[in-house]
Design a protein around this ligand. Sequence first.
Ligand code: ADP
Ligand code: 5SP
Length: 500
Amino acid sequence: MIRQRLVAGVDSSTQSTKVVVCDAETGEVQRSGRAAHPDATEVDPNLWWAAFTEATSGILDGVEAIGVGGQQHGMVTLDEAGEVVRPALLWNDTRSAGAAEELVTELGGPEAWAKAVGSVPVASFTVTKLRWLAEHEPANADRVTRVVLPHDWLTWRLTGELVTDRGDASGTGYFSPAESVYRTDILERAFGGRSPELPRVLGPADVAGQTRDGLLVSAGTGDNMAAALALGLGDGDVVVSLGTSGTVFGVCPTPAADASGEVAGFADATGRFLPLACTLNAARVLTATAAMLDVDLAGLDRLALAAEPGAGGLTLLPYLDGERTPNLPDAAGSLHGMRRSNMTPENLARAAIEGMLCGLAAGLDAVLAQGITPRRVLLIGGAAQSAAVRAVAPDVFGVPVVVPEPAEHVALGAARQAAWALTPTGQPPAWPEKTSVVLEGSAPGQGAEIRQRHLDLRALVHHVPARVFQDARSTNAASSTHQSTNTDFQSPSPNSREDT
Ligand SMILES: Nc1ncnc2c1ncn2[C@@H]1O[C@H](COP(=O)(O)OP(=O)(O)O)[C@@H](O)[C@H]1O
Ligand SMILES: O=C(CO)[C@@H](O)[C@H](O)COP(=O)(O)O
């Protein structure tokens, strides 16, 4: 009998740690675990270690290799003794927005940044957090000897090795994805003239080291790169992930350098590139709206699905945690178009879902403008489980939407990387693609109208340059979301369907 080989993958994301143990040959999940993180934008990394320990408890028996995917950008600072200097500042902490503006100007403007590191930094990027630290907590800054990212820190706890990968390094703002080198000159400029030690950048199938128990540890990567690896993205595949962050990304052979700042030109976990747009407001817009309406998430779905598309004219700009794309770190949300006739819980629930998705749709436009011709949108992340999100997304995005079988895609991608490191070959192991449901819209005309209202309101309230929405979709209009078995993406049936 052939012995089953097992690998594990970890997603240390904003709200929790999730772990899957998979068959190394097929990717089939055998066991899983999870543990919550604190709800804060600065977190002691030791709490991630505690969550990792809890989530892996009792499930790693027989596992040969493990990989860690983690929330991007977080600033983890270590002192001479390897102790954490201060709680990590996370990707969604906006206090370094002023530092970001300073740095953009100092380096010669957005074009110079896009050319140097593929991205124009906003408050999410590590480099801006380091500038903030140098300016606001000089005593802490003086103690910093090493700077790492959340996944690097967990890999270091597992192996004792200070390593990272191209994918996560590309979110620092001091690494060039195109050249695959650190820009320590930029780090020095940001951090008071000195460059702390940085993790060594490993290749996609490299081994980081071993745990005390002898598990091989792969390089790990950022959570979005890990999800891309799990899904095995091909030409024209664009992912929309609805977790704490909303992200839109595809995989390309050439680097992006978008001076508008809407798209970050990251690297992926396979040696390619990963243009990505990110919003600060995704799944939690729905939890906040549900709490306000005193319903659970299923109740929010029921309310939203009972309203007409367009929410009776209500438009929500859901900038509840400030916003990153567009870059409005101090913004608050706005609800517009209220009349006595439309102020119902149903319309508010619908406006929350439409508003969240319109933010992602603007990101989708920006990512597609990098030269991706969309074949389909793959919808993942916690809020992809929402029935109302599934009903609204195809109309707002204007392309066929595919929902892969529910899975922890980041953890799966990290496990796939671990399997790759265990048996290094030119390509990641060919795990079979899972079944997915294909959704198409029911009200494409209204989708365009909803998009336009959202764009107009952004322009009105936040002076984001006004745009006329162009629906790229064909005229193949009326459709619904029933199941069928048609599997042709190129000439979609008007119904939703199972696909593999
Ligand atoms: N059925 C659902 N409808 C709406 N939101 C959901 C649903 N299921 C989970 N979520 C939300 O998804 C989020 C968690 O998603 P996840 O992708 O794990 O986030 P993260 O990776 O940022 O920690 C939570 O905010 C949760 O409320
Ligand atoms: O900042 C980004 C991407 O640039 C975020 O996508 C973070 O990587 C956090 O992801 P989630 O925890 O929301 O999945």
